[in-house]
Design a protein around this ligand. Structure first.
Ligand code: GLN
Length: 542
């Protein structure tokens, strides 16, 4: 029998509902159950692929090429499992399937209605995820906060499921408790309102995760309990923590796992998260700092710096650094800065390693190219991810091979020397403006060349990594690049596409056409991130 736990948000968004969902999943997995998690995004986009990362954070990609919300990345990292298209849905995606089915007479001439057909499609998808993952528990995270118009139909799905199988469904409310500076006290009222908003949708929270700056004390726990109709033991304290990976352990301090099992009528379990606890403890003991600069553009939003667009890169750095017993220190560097004046490049000297992550379009690209040139010539460890590889090839073509006008078709379609160019099968898609879910997406293999940095890192000849791009290294220029010293260390065996480049005689200079960050896990850091952090950790020889 599969059981379902809906996780909904109250008061404000951005308080870590995704990580809370992943943490509950982890706790239950630790107790020996098979667990999977589904993310529901209430927007009308069919998937996350067409969203500007500044709007919605990173676009995560699964092995099967689903472009989804960054929380899928959190689930994968916490559960150490590969997820797929069944683990993600949006309002747009749900309506799209229902409309397609109606067009194919799939409803046999019936009137297709918002209720029940839309929530029923949601329920079918949730159940499908459970079946496909053979799950004992399916966690379902409903995006947004209760009381919003957008996610009502998903709450309706939860209500319908609970009505049909009350013993198989739980509702967890992740709420926020502010401590206004002028008052100096943690306030529970917004949470009371959130629970009431949930009641209006026909749902009663079974458990409340009380997110706040500090742990929630007993008087406030009992106040929340009284006003929201929840047992005091089911108000779980969820204070801010240094590392998201501590959260399952924190929840367990309030015995969340066994509370959930009990509510489902299951036997309590003494099993806990042994390896995870060890990992969290050793990460806290990490010693000397390793300073990594990330040259990007998707983080300056008005007066705020939001780094969600590069979430998996940040996590991959942490996993590798911790394994090497080093403390990761990440700094955001604005690519456009280097376009204004080369003198700003000098700041790169302060870092042990520089990453140029994925990206799209020409804004900031020349600044990144300047940063890459600086890393190459000043022998600063460099790691280029997807766009980072493409720009490293452009830099090398211009400054080493001597092709002054080298560029990417992404910046100038009519340029003479497009050392990076659109893949042939992508060309017609772009001409027809078929942008959605049409990039080279998901897992593809690469064959590694022995004796290279890449081979030494992976220690095998065939790897599989996740992709999300339309452009590639133009084969016309491959020989010239190689003759001038660039090493092509990874190649797709079927299409012969360049997958990894590197430079010899440099402390670390590697670019990948894929996104290695998407496959890094806390207990098994990505081999290339490990190699990069290792090189960075050696420090610079002046
Ligand atoms: N814009 C580049 C492309 O489409 C790189 C994409 C990326 O970095 N994910 O090929």
């Amino acid at each position: 029998m599969t059981r379902y736990i809906f996780v909904v948000g109250g008061v404000i968004s951005g308080v870590g509902k995704g990580v809370a969902t992943a943490s509950i999943a982890k706790i239950l997995q630790g107790k020996g159950f098979r667990v999977t998690a589904v993310k529901i995004d209430p927007y009308v986009n069919v998937d996350a692929g067409t969203l500007n990362p500044l709007e919605h954070g990173e676009v995560f990609v699964t092995d099967d090429g689903t472009e989804c919300d960054q929380d899928i990345g959190n689930y994968e990292r916490f559960l150490n499992e590969n997820l797929s298209s069944v683990n993600y849905m949006t309002t747009g995606g749900v309506y799209y399937s229902v409309i397609m089915r109606e067009r194919n007479l799939g409803y046999g001439g019936k009137t297709v209605q918002v209720v029940p057909h839309i929530p029923q499609e949601v329920i079918d998808r949730i159940e499908k995820a459970g079946k496909e993952h053979k799950a004992d528990f399916v966690l379902i995270e409903v995006g947004g906060t209760v009381g919003e118009y957008e996610n009502l139909l998903f709450l309706e799905a939860a209500r319908m499921m609970k009505l049909a199988t009350p013993k198989q469904v739980l509702v967890v409310l992740v709420s926020y408790l502010p401590i206004p500076e002028s008052v100096g006290e943690m306030k529970t009222k917004p949470t009371q309102h959130a629970a009431r908003a949930l009641n209006t949708a026909g749902l009663q929270p079974d458990i409340i995760l009380a997110r706040a700056k500090v742990p929630v004390d007993e008087p406030r726990k009992s106040k929340i309990a009284t006003f929201t109709n929840v047992a005091v033991e089911d108000v779980i304290s969820a204070p801010d923590v240094d590392s998201i990976y501590e959260i399952p352990l924190n929840f367990e301090k309030d015995r969340l796992g066994n509370r959930i099992l009990k509510k489902f009528g299951l036997r309590e379990s003494k099993r806990d998260l042994k390896d995870w606890t060890k990992f969290v403890e050793s990460s806290k003991k990490a010693g000397k700092a390793v300073r990594i600069g990330i040259v990007g553009k998707y983080f300056e939003i008005g007066d705020f710096t939001l780094t969600d667009s590069y979430l998996s890169v940040i996590e991959a750095i942490k996993h590798a650094a911790w394994q090497l017993k080093r403390k990761p220190e990440i700094t955001w560097l604005s690519a456009e800065h280097y376009e204004k004046d080369r003198k700003f490049l000098k700041e790169l000297e302060r870092f042990d390693g520089i990453i140029v992550p994925g990206g799209f379009g020409s804004r900031g690209a020349e600044g990144k190219i300047r940063a890459i040139e600086y890393c190459r010539t000043r022998r600063i460890p460099f790691f280029g991810l997807c766009f980072g590889l493409q720009l490293a090839v452009i830099e090398f073509a211009r400054n080493v091979v001597g092709i002054k006008g080298a560029t990417s078709g992404e910046f100038n379609e009519k340029a003479k020397d497009k050392v990076i160019d659109v893949m042939p099968e992508q060309k017609t898609l772009l001409e027809k403006k078929k942008y959605g879910a049409s990039m080279r997406l998901g897992a593809y293999e690469a064959q590694l060349k022995k004796g290279t940095i890449a081979y030494e890192a992976y220690k095998k000849t065939m790897i599989s990594e996740r992709h999300r791009h339309r452009y590639e290294v133009n084969d016309t220029y491959r020989d010239a690049l190689i003759e001038n010293g660039m090493v092509v260390s990874g190649v797709n065996p079927i299409k012969n596409l360049v997958e990894i480049i590197e430079l010899k005689g440099h402390p670390f200079f590697v670019g990948t056409q894929f996104h290695p960050e998407l496959k890094s896990r806390p207990l098994t850091p990505h081999p290339l991130f490990l190699a990069f952090l290792q090189a960075a950790g050696r420090g610079r020889k002046k």
